[in-house]
Design a protein around this ligand. Structure first.
Ligand code: PHE
Length: 453
């Protein structure tokens, strides 16, 4: 064991346990919950997909989040440095995979977040007050048909991400989280309430929760598993990096369980807001990546106070995306600061710039580059998203689970896991899940998709 405690004075710490929970929840809750969860649920037929997704959160997601945070807090390093100090050798690749995933995911994340910024701008201009239901999907098509607007908003969003990350852990990442997340939750609750009271409400409930297991084919299973990773920010060291800024007194299992439950709830609420509109207006549940943008504005143009609610909603959506994008950039920046000894400002500006450029083909993939299909019929943006969510994150997660369950010293893990916790000893249950259940489930889903059974 070559591990030594790194000097802590050079790295920031969250100011409180609450701050740590809010930051991790901020990373988890983002476009994955509001943009992606509803649209992939729609594509994969609803209920069975949703229930399998929740099953993956419970059996793989929560144990893995605990594992990542423990590794981060114990080593106080970026993902590559963490594996280097604990074991070295081939395990470094796991850290590397995480940094690469950070690059790739953030590149297209900024493009989709850019759509949300565009919608915030439209809602500020009052665009959603006058729309007829059929005009709303056209507005989205207009946005996608303009490469320039997409590049512009992508740049705006990346600029905001860079500014916050330069600010550092406490001042930059933590403060705003505490107010915005609860408000987002409240707005979603209101939207879901409205949705459920509309004519399509009952059908939406049925679609989301009554399973038709025949729809859960191997690609749907892999997508649900992959999305559990994506949505909880797992498999690439984001939670590891955030754990590295946690103090010694916080109970990591408590944080991980709270964050995972909040994340799942927000995804479900977002589904409950969107699908009633889909069914009320006889839209297509499998409409794809534009789903949220084609549905919610209809609700805003119908409900009392809708134009204000639209502004608030898109503001919070942009904010939720920002608290996730900063955690993606943080993984990359932490690596260059810790391992390459760059200063934070330089690392953030240079890497943010490179990731922006990497995202340009994604921004162009709906118009100029729309005929460039990479994986199947998917365009560039969807292909990178598909590859990251379905392969890179589950693979990273599988490796981290094996490392935490089989390679890392039992004493270290037990010590970290029990810190700050009082009554219940979660260690035996966690160890069983991380050693057997998580790796076997991920392996089975992979093999299933590859056609082994
Ligand atoms: N969890 C974020 C979301 O749901 C995305 C993300 C993935 C963030 C991986 C960090 C790491 O939007």
């Amino acid at each position: 064991m070559t591990h030594q405690h790194a000097p802590k004075n050079k790295r920031g710490l969250w100011s409180s346990r609450f701050g740590f929970i809010m930051a991790s929840a901020g990373s988890a809750i983002g476009l994955g919950n509001i943009w992606k969860f509803p649209y992939i649920t729609g594509m994969h037929g609803g209920g069975a997909f949703v229930l399998f997704f929740i099953f993956c959160i419970l059996t793989v997601g929560i144990p893995l989040m605990i594992a990542e945070m423990i590794i981060g807090r114990h080593t106080r390093k970026d993902p590559v440095g963490a594996f280097k100090s604990l074991h070295g050798g081939g395990w470094l690749l796991t850290g590397w995979l995480g940094v690469i995933a950070g690059f790739l995911i953030l590149s297209y994340y900024c493009v989709v977040a850019g759509w949300a910024v565009d919608y915030l701008w439209l809602s500020l201009k009052g665009t959603f007050t006058v729309k007829h239901a059929v005009q709303v999907p056209e507005m989205f098509a207009n946005l996608l048909s303009s490469d320039l607007s997409q590049l512009f908003w992508q740049a705006v969003f990346m600029g905001m991400t860079i500014l916050i990350v330069i600010g550092g852990v406490k001042s930059g990442l933590e403060r705003a989280n505490k107010i915005m997340m609860p408000v987002l939750f409240l707005i979603l609750l209101i939207l879901a309430g409205f949705g459920l009271n509309s004519p399509g409400g009952a059908q939406a409930l049925r679609f989301l929760f009554s399973p038709d297991w025949s729809k859960l084919d191997p690609p749907a299973m892999l997508e649900a598993l992959g999305h559990a990773f994506f949505s909880l920010s797992l498999g690439m060291g984001a939670m590891l990096t955030y754990g590295s800024y946690s103090d010694e007194e916080t109970s990591i299992p408590k944080v991980a369980i709270t964050v995972s439950l909040m994340d799942t709830l927000v995804a479900l609420l977002s589904g409950l807001a969107i699908f009633p509109i889909v069914f009320t207006y006889a839209m297509e549940p499998a409409a794809g990546p534009g789903l949220v943008f084609k549905t919610l504005p209809i609700l805003f143009s119908r409900m009392p106070g809708g134009s204000m609610i639209a502004i608030l909603f898109f503001l919070l959506l942009v904010f939720a995306a920002l608290t996730s994008s900063i955690s993606l950039l943080e993984v990359v920046v932490a690596y260059y600061c810790d391992e390459k000894h760059w200063d934070r400002r330089k690392a953030t500006l240079v890497m943010g710039g490179i990731i922006f450029l990497l995202g340009v083909p994604s921004a162009l993939s709906n118009n100029i580059l729309k005929d460039l299909h990479i994986i199947g019929e998917r365009n560039f943006l969807d292909s990178i998203d598909f590859a990251c969510t379905n392969y890179i994150l589950p693979l990273g997660g599988l490796l981290i689970a094996i490392f935490a369950g089989w390679v890392m010293s039992k004493g270290i893990i037990k010590g970290e896991l029990l810190k700050g916790s009082d009554k219940i000893n979660l260690y035996p249950a966690w160890r069983f899940l991380i050693r057997y259940v998580s790796p076997i489930l991920v392996a089975l889903v992979f093999l299933n998709k590859a056609g082994f059974f």
